[in-house]
Every structure is written in structure tokens, then in C-alpha cells.
Write a protein that binds this ligand. Structure first.
Ligand SMILES: [Zn+2]
Length: 161
């Protein structure tokens, strides 16, 4: 773990918050915020220093790179906040390999495919832990057409020679 950097000027610590050690910034107040926003919009170079949110880093082709967040960005009048990361510690975003994407698809297929009589793969995850099957196989509630992909015709019906 990297040592936490000294608080940039203008820190605003909330004494009632357990995470009060983190500096907080409003929109455009964090170091480099304006340059980061310009870069995200393609209107400027990617800054080599400053703070950015995870989403901003992703838009710049970067990821936090295992670093701890260093500050919080307060938005929507204080009702929401997001972590801020150091751009200088960010790393290039990892693009998933084809094998990783296949593994992810297999994992999703397992959560979306009904092990019941219908054998359909749905576009949403099924309540497998509670019901064990889709709703239609569980209690006859008809599945909405368009929410599933029909299983391959040859699957398990002995039609394939
Ligand atoms: Zn089913």
C-alpha cells in the first residue's frame, strides 16, 4: 500500500464521517479537475497529474491500477460522492482477452439458463438459488416472449442421430 499523500489545500473534513480523513472536493475543485474533464471530452491531453474518478479514468483509457482512492468528489449538493484517484498512479486499462470474455459469458450463461424442463436461456439472471428454475417451470407463470432465447432444437431430445 502506498503512503497517503498529504491533503491538498482546501480540504474539507466531515468530523461526523468515519472516512473523514479523506479530503473532499466539489465539482471542478479537485486538482486537475478541469483538465480531466476537458480530456474526457476529447478537448485536451490526458493530464499526467491530478485527481479523477474511476469513470473518468476509464474514459481516458486508464484504471486506478490497484491504488487506494485519495479523496472524495462530492456531487449533487452533497447527497452523493465518488472516490477520486491519482492520475499519476493510474495504469492503462486492461482489455479483457477473448478467453476472459468467454469465461464471463459462460458464467452468465450458468446464471441465465433454466435447468428446468424449458431449458431456455433468459436475458436476465434466474432465481436459481431460491426457486432453482425459471418462474414458468416453477409455478407455471408464462415467461414473457422476448425475454429468453429458445434452446437449440437438438438439445436433450434425442433427435440428433
Ligand atoms: Zn424453465
Amino acid at each position: 500500500m502506498r503512503p497517503r499523500r498529504p491533503h491538498p489545500a482546501g480540504l474539507d473534513v466531515d468530523p461526523y464521517d468515519d472516512d473523514g480523513a479523506f479530503p473532499e472536493f466539489g465539482p471542478d475543485q479537485a486538482p486537475g479537475a478541469v483538465a480531466v474533464r476537458a480530456a474526457v471530452r476529447g478537448k485536451g491531453p490526458v493530464p499526467s497529474a491530478g485527481l479523477a474518478t474511476r469513470r473518468q479514468l476509464r474514459a481516458l483509457g486508464l484504471s486506478p491500477g490497484g491504488q487506494e482512492p485519495v479523496a472524495r468528489l462530492i456531487c449533487r449538493g452533497g447527497r452523493r460522492w465518488v472516490w477520486l484517484y491519482e492520475i499519476s498512479f493510474a495504469r492503462p486499462k486492461r482489455v479483457p482477452t477473448l478467453a476472459q470474455e468467454r469465461a464471463l459469458d459462460r458464467a452468465m450463461a450458468a446464471r441465465q439458463t433454466c435447468p428446468g424442463p424449458c431449458g431456455r436461456r433468459y436475458h436476465h439472471c434466474l432465481p436459481l438459488r431460491t426457486l432453482g428454475t425459471c418462474l414458468e417451470c416453477h409455478d407455471g407463470t408464462p415467461a414473457t416472449p422476448g425475454t429468453y432465447i429458445s434452446p437449440p432444437a437438438a438439445a436433450g431430445h434425442g433427435l440428433a442421430v
